[in-house]
Design a protein around this ligand. Structure first.
Ligand SMILES: [Zn+2]
Ligand SMILES: [Zn+2]
Length: 223
């Protein structure tokens, strides 16, 4: 935890957003029932698949092998993401990471955790990259290595764009950093939210062109 956040915590302690208990954004008692887990399914067409694999049909248009999604983007989960991103509730990274970790199977120790970088103009506005915070918390929990291996090349906002437009907008919007670390690598992509998957797929495309062998992803919520 950052010193500044510790200070904020002393001045204005966190209260559980479910029961109001003092000390955590979501307390230990409320966390297990906080975000209903989604069934294992293909994140594109929602058909049931083993271990949340992208189904055979969707594999033709997807570069990602497995996408684990913890929960639906609604209710308290939606509120938690909103507070985290816009309400400066940095401590929300921990419960989000814990809930995401619970959706994951065992992953090989060589897996590299890579977050989808937030557009720099938004990082500047908020003062932190929320996806990076989740990735660090999650990697810590899983005992995996986190690396910042992606950077943004564009600042495109996706709001309002249709699915097909989103995919077109996101093309080539990432660049790989340290491609030498990506050779034959298995990557676990991290983001808080996905809708159409355009951002995840663009990131996967970039990582694979840079040399990654397998790209999987874990997302907190899907719209
Ligand atoms: Zn509680
Ligand atoms: Zn599918």
């Amino acid at each position: 935890m950052f010193i500044i956040e510790k200070l904020i915590n002393v001045v204005a302690p966190h209260y559980c957003m479910v029961c109001g208990y003092e000390g955590a954004v979501v307390c230990a008692w409320c966390l297990p029932d906080f975000a209903a887990p989604l069934p294992e399914r293909c994140y594109v067409c929602k058909v049931t698949t083993k271990n949340s694999a992208v189904c055979k049909k969707c594999r033709r248009k997807s570069l990602i092998s497995h996408v684990w999604v913890r929960t639906q983007y609604e209710g308290p989960a939606k509120q938690l993401i909103h507070d985290f991103k816009f309400g400066r509730k940095l401590a929300a990274a921990e419960p989000i990471a814990q809930l995401m970790a619970e959706s994951l199977p065992f992953l090989p120790a060589s897996t590299i955790v890579v977050h989808i970088p937030t557009a720099t103009n938004r990082v500047r506005k908020r003062g932190y990259d929320h996806a990076e915070k989740i990735a660090r918390a999650l990697a810590g929990r899983l005992g995996l290595h986190h690396e910042t291996l992606l950077m943004r090349t564009t600042q495109t906002r996706q709001v309002g764009a249709k699915r097909i437009e989103r995919f077109a907008q996101m093309q080539d919007s990432f660049r790989a950093r340290h491609p030498e670390k990506l050779q034959e690598a298995t990557v676990l992509l991290i983001d808080d939210l996905t809708t159409t998957g355009a951002t995840l797929e663009a990131a996967a495309k970039c990582l694979k062109s840079a040399g990654a062998k397998t790209v999987n992803a874990v997302v907190f919520a899907q719209k």
